[in-house]
Design a protein around this ligand. Structure first.
Ligand SMILES: *Cc1c(COP(=O)(O)O)cnc(C)c1O
Length: 476
């Protein structure tokens, strides 16, 4: 089906972003033209998935859709037990609670917002052991998500393997710009952990995208199918947490999958308290059916090549215009380097947040911040964390937009690049205690407007979009 898009005028967008406290998470989607906020739950489901929705077995216990989901996960991810959850953070919560003891350390290849918070709520401390190149937006390392084995070894020696409940391996690494991990590195990391009896859990949220990069760039995998690469990746791990809202091509859902019988029992004991019975977790039967079908579709080479091909198309348009973005282009979106885009805005005035607000004002395209606001405050000192990467993320929903939408997006980013000195920094007017990026409110520093713009790109009247009337719809 198609869904009409709303076009707004520049004064409407100025008003909308001010009412949203200059936080794109607080905009009404009615006021958004092209929505690149996230690839989470924004997937368009296929005819096959929608047909599956009609076959929901909504039995409270033992739904046949759960059996199908569990079998599909065994086939494609290889893990024996599946504990369904309402989404990824439900799985992170359960895993953190059953494995982490207060005072434990959880090493991983860069933090993720919800993952780290659940580790901290369980009394653990996250330790970043990703390679240095991951923090460098210009490094062209093809596997920037790789674990630095020397760093991991040092952490094990310093805190002791007994104080490391598990290793958290992100495939791909969202916060580094959707950067992949090589199979060689996955294997070496798993071997080092196994030698110290440390379990390895994947954040498999975008493991299929990771598998595509392995096929494309790692010697020896050119002729291996995406499905086989995925299975090999998972074969090095003891289990995974999954946000089904990304690779699995659905709008809601997630799971914890693992091999150990005893640990699975403990997870099932937790899921009934926080999510739902162990055969639905927080999903309807029809949602589990759609996810099972989505997993089967997700490992198709043509699907994943087209999906990442769209990301590369948008990225190349920006590279050609010299807009500073994270290189190489990652799996799920384009990450604009706000430090280089807005060198006149200090990091404590949140350049990436300001850039997201200015982009919305310019054209109605919605992106999101991945920088100091997302990083939050240090759990122990209470100080703002100021990460090396200060990024505006333009995330592509799967199977939703056309190339023309990407052209409009690129034109607006390039337009902003040319008038970048007119963008102002932001300060907090409201700061939530946890995962603050979702609900924080801001005001421009020393001005009313985030973008001091005499000549806005107006989607109502500009030539930018008049020629693309037919693109005012999006598949869903
Ligand atoms: C989205 C995401 C999560 C959390 O999943 P939700 O479904 O949003 O709860 C965890 N890890 C990564 C890498 C993610 O991108």
């Amino acid at each position: 089906m198609v869904e009409p898009l709303t076009m707004t005028t520049s004064p409407q967008r100025e008003r909308a972003i001010a009412e949203a406290g200059f936080n794109t998470f607080l905009l009404s989607s009615n006021d958004v033209y092209i929505d690149l906020l996230t690839d989470s739950g924004t997937n368009a489901m296929s005819d096959n998935q929608w047909a599956g929705m009609m076959l929901g077995d909504e039995a409270y216990a033992g739904s046949r859709n759960f059996e199908k989901l569990e079998n599909t996960i065994r086939t494609h991810y290889g893990f024996r037990h599946t504990i369904p959850t309402h989404q990824g953070r439900g799985a992170e919560h359960i895993l953190s609670q059953i494995l982490i003891h207060p005072g434990g350390y959880v090493p991983g290849n860069m933090y993720f917002t919800t993952t780290r918070l659940h580790q901290e709520l369980a009394g653990g401390t996250f330790v970043d052991v990703i390679i240095d190149e991951a923090h460098e937006p210009c490094s062209e390392h093809p596997f920037k998500g790789n674990v630095d084995l020397a760093k991991l070894d040092r952490v094990i020696n310093e805190v002791g393997a007994n104080n490391i409940p598990y290793f958290c391996l992100h495939t791909t690494v969202n916060m580094a710009g959707g950067q992949p991990v090589s199979m060689e590195n996955i294997q070496a990391t798993a071997e080092l952990c196994r030698a110290h009896r440390i379990p390895v859990f994947l954040d498999a949220t975008r493991a299929v995208e990771n598998a595509y990069f392995i096929k494309r760039s790692e010697a020896g995998f050119e002729n291996t199918s995406i499905a086989d690469i995925l299975l090999q990746m998972c074969g090095h791990a003891d289990g995974c947490t999954m946000s089904g809202k990304k690779d699995c091509l659905v709008n809601i859902g997630g799971f914890l999958a693992l091999n150990d019988d005893e640990l699975a029992e403990r997870a099932r004991n937790m899921v009934v308290v926080f999510e739902g019975l162990h055969t639905y977790g927080g999903m309807a039967g029809r949602d589990m059916e759609a996810m099972a079908r989505g997993i089967e579709e997700s490992v198709s080479y043509d699907h994943i090549r087209a999906r990442i091909g769209q990301v590369e198309y948008l990225g190349q348009l920006l590279i050609d215009a010299d807009v500073p973005i994270v290189r190489p282009i990652g799996g799920h979106g384009i990450f604009v380097d706000a430090k280089r885009f807005l060198p006149h805005i200090p990091q404590n005035e949140f350049p990436a947040q300001a850039l997201a607000a200015a982009l919305y004002v310019d054209s109605g395209v919605r992106g999101m911040e991945r920088g100091a606001v997302s990083a939050g405050r240090d759990a122990k000192t209470g100080e703002n964390r100021l990460p090396r990467l200060e990024l505006l993320r333009l995330t592509l929903p799967r199977r939703v937009y056309t190339q023309a939408h990407l052209d409009v997006t690129a034109e607006s980013v390039i337009d902003l690049w040319e008038k970048r000195d007119r963008i102002r920094g932001l300060k907090f007017t409201f700061e939530p205690e946890r995962l603050r990026f979702f609900q924080a409110r801001f005001a421009p520093v020393g001005a009313e407007r985030v973008l001091d713009d005499a000549d806005p790109v107006n989607t109502q009247s500009s030539s930018l979009t008049d020629s693309r009337e037919s693109d005012q719809a999006v598949t869903h």
